[in-house]
Design a protein around this ligand. Structure first.
Ligand code: PBG
Length: 323
């Protein structure tokens, strides 16, 4: 008689058996690649804290997208590094501004890809905050009005999805109303619905060359709050968000699982700049196996409940998955 009744190892004996009972998988279809574009530069600039990630000159955007598209990537989120900053971030809703130009160039380069705009102001404001500053803090409702202008400008430029990341209250309602009124009721919104005030965004500030010195704690969430994290995402669902998002990723697997249980909407996760930097620097120091660690981190997101993943590793992952 056997000493052990439940032998889990029976299903682990061969690769084919393990594949048969694998619960979660990752496909190139699940990936979104973030792309940084800086106006007024001639050559790509490598981001010091994110080895292997570049700010690209505007003229290179088509080439960068086509290269990634060839690897099988079908979704891109665009971040602009503006040289025309002002207090409100008005370049971001100008018909000749960087956001509009990036979207038009991207749609032309890879017409059948999903082009997503990161809808925020921090890369377009002189102070680096994600909205209009009044009395030392970001004013919610005047920022909403600008967000409406920005979303409609992006829509007119041909964007496929709007992704507001500023954590303003009521941002989904405001954007939905503005889009619908302008004839874009078909355009989906992916909300950065649960976005924490995380130290893991550090390298991103490098990436967008932000001289931001303050805190985003009055609009982004306190990392200590799990119930509120759920409430934030459910509120955006109620306002009509088509896709919910949790950010950052690895520190928030519990939050992903919680939202997955409570919502039937597609759920995204953003593996942010600091997560990329942690893995990349450890790999470069010889401490970690890059492919194994990246794949494990992405599978963990899927296991926790994420459908899609925004990651700076997307091109590498596409290559690995193709083998
Ligand atoms: C803009 C924005 C940020 C990130 C994505 N959109 C920066 C921030 O909120 O401070 C972070 C992305 C990353 O760290 O990779 N609001």
């Amino acid at each position: 008689m056997s000493l052990v009744e439940n032998r889990f190892r029976r299903l682990r004996r061969t690769p084919a058996l393990r594949a048969l009972v694998r619960e979660t998988r990752l496909s190139v279809d699940d990936l979104v690649l973030p792309v940084f574009v800086e106006e007024g530069i001639d050559a790509p600039v490598e981001i010091a804290s994110m080895p292997g990630v570049f700010r690209h000159p505007e003229k290179d955007l088509p080439k960068v997208l086509k290269r990634a598209h060839k690897l099988g990537l079908k979704a891109f989120i665009l971040f602009g590094v503006s040289h025309h900053k002002d207090a409100a971030g008005s370049d971001s809703w100008s018909d000749k501004g960087l956001m509009v130009r990036m979207i038009k160039a991207a749609k032309k380069a890879v017409p059948d890809a999903v082009i997503i705009s990161d809808n925020c102001f921090c890369e377009y404001t002189t102070h680096g905050h994600c909205g209009v500053v009044c009395d030392g803090d970001v004013d919610n409702d005047s920022t909403l009005a600008n967000l409406q202008l920005q979303a409609v400008a992006a829509a007119r430029a041909g964007v496929d999805m709007i992704a507001p990341s500023g954590m303003m209250d009521g941002m989904i309602t405001a954007i939905r109303q503005a889009l619908d009124a302008a004839g874009f009721s078909h355009l989906p919104i992916m909300s950065y619905s649960t976005k924490f005030a995380s130290a893991f965004y550090g390298p991103f500030r490098d990436a967008v060359d932000s001289n931001f010195k303050g805190t985003r704690a009055t609009y982004q969430m306190d990392v200590a709050n799990g119930r509120e994290a759920l409430a934030e995402s459910l509120q955006d669902e109620l306002e009509g968000a088509d896709i919910l998002m949790v950010k950052p990723g690895m520190p928030c697997l519990d939050v992903l699982a919680r939202i997955r249980d409570a919502s039937a909407k597609p759920l995204a996760v953003y593996q942010v700049s600091g997560e990329y930097a942690m893995i990349k620097h450890a790999v470069n120091a010889g401490a970690l196996n890059e492919q194994a660690v990246v794949m494990e981190s992405l599978l963990a997101f899927r296991r926790a409940g994420a459908d899609l993943v925004l990651t700076y590793f997307a091109e590498d992952v596409a290559r690995w998955l193709a083998k």
